[in-house]
Design a protein around this ligand. Structure first.
Ligand code: ASP
Length: 342
């Protein structure tokens, strides 16, 4: 596998990775990615050409919203034919949401889009930023017999490349900040890059890139907890214009069997609100009907979120709600795989 002659575009959105510490004042300030080679001379050992596109206003990823996802997607759309691969530098806090959103937005993607960030700023002595950045670029440039090896949205962190829409941030302190509990690694980085080809999305013929840019934002995530009450649940379902809800249930998709709970969900569904059942466990899948506690959900037409992460479920819901899909078909379409997320 080779990286020579590849062209990679770095899209810098913000986050810790782009910070350097002023050792005199201790304050963090934004790093000038335009001077990338000067700052990280190791990059010149990579046999590929790197350009940088920076968000005009770099942000902490807590400020990310669908407008920013569109901004990232539009840069990729505009530059798609000029580069072999893309690396998105992003704060780690909401990186899994953005990677999931982009995996659905970039329809027909046949190039790598690698999200990465870091737990420590790039200028910090013990930073994880350099390795994350260098290997992400390498992955975005990776070819075999002239063909790009990765043709999907990935997330690279601490020596591992995951499928982006399978990830969740699981740790606020460890360098190993992400996990993909329902899908194996795509690449492991050690002395060599170990590419697990069998886990990658199958290579496609070059296709036209179509970008989905319409998001429904009248959506909510409800996390079940023992003691949740009817007024709280009904209060959410009565929000004007609410179109869809991701319901984080227990275990394999279980929820209370109390009449008030079942009636509350049933009346929401009658009003036309779509409800997606995902598990609040970090790993495993919803299996509606396995226990009595999920039988009622299955019968009333709750959508089966299978083994989707919450990040994938909410972004997929926001995008599919803007498609012209009839009520009858919506559940079927949602339960189908779009980008390896199920
Ligand atoms: N708060 C930061 C962000 O998500 C943390 C990070 O960059 O990892 O933007």
């Amino acid at each position: 596998m080779e990286t020579n002659n590849s062209k990679v575009l770095l899209i810098y959105t913000g986050g810790t990775i782009g910070m350097i510490k002023d050792y005199q004042t201790g304050a963090l300030r934004a790093f000038e990615f335009d001077n990338l080679y000067k700052r990280i001379p190791e990059l010149s050992h990579l046999d590929c050409e790197i350009s940088v596109h920076s968000f005009e206003k770099v942000i902490d990823s807590s400020d990310m919203n669908p407008q920013h996802w569109i901004e990232i997607a539009e840069v990729i759309e505009r530059e798609y034919n000029h580069y072999d691969g893309f690396v998105v530098l992003h704060g780690s806090d909401t990186m899994s949401y953005s990677a999931s959103a982009l995996s659905f937005m970039l329809q027909g993607l046949t190039k790598p889009v690698i999200f990465t960030g870091s737990q420590l700023p790039i200028g910090d002595l013990r930073t994880d930023a350099k390795e994350n950045l260098i290997t992400s670029i390498q992955l975005a440039a990776l070819k075999e017999n002239g063909e790009l090896v990765i043709q999907e949205v990935g997330l690279y962190f601490e020596y591992k490349l995951y499928r982006g829409n399978r990830t969740t941030k699981i740790n606020a302190e460890h360098f190993q900040a992400f996990a993909s509990l329902n899908y194996p690694l795509l690449v492991e980085s050690g002395v060599h890059l170990k590419v697990m080809k069998e886990n990658l999305l199958p290579r496609k013929q070059k296709q036209h890139l179509e970008v989905w840019k319409d998001f429904e934002t009248n959506v909510a995530i409800i996390k079940m907890f023992p003691g949740i009450t009817a007024p709280i649940l009904n209060g959410i379902f009565n929000i004007p214009n609410l179109k869809g809800v991701v319901l984080e249930t227990y275990g394999s998709g279980n929820a209370p069997t109390d009449a008030w709970f079942v009636e509350s969900l049933q009346s929401a569904i009658h009003k036309g609100i779509y409800i997606v059942n995902v598990t609040q466990c970090s790993g495993g899948s919803v299996m509606m009907g396995k226990y009595e506690a999920s039988e009622a959900l299955k019968k009333m037409g709750v959508i089966d979120g299978k083994d989707l992460t919450t990040e994938s479920a909410i972004t997929k819901l926001m995008l599919l709600l803007k498609k012209n899909i009839s009520h009858k078909l919506f559940k079927i379409k949602f339960e189908e795989n779009i980008a390896g997320e199920i």
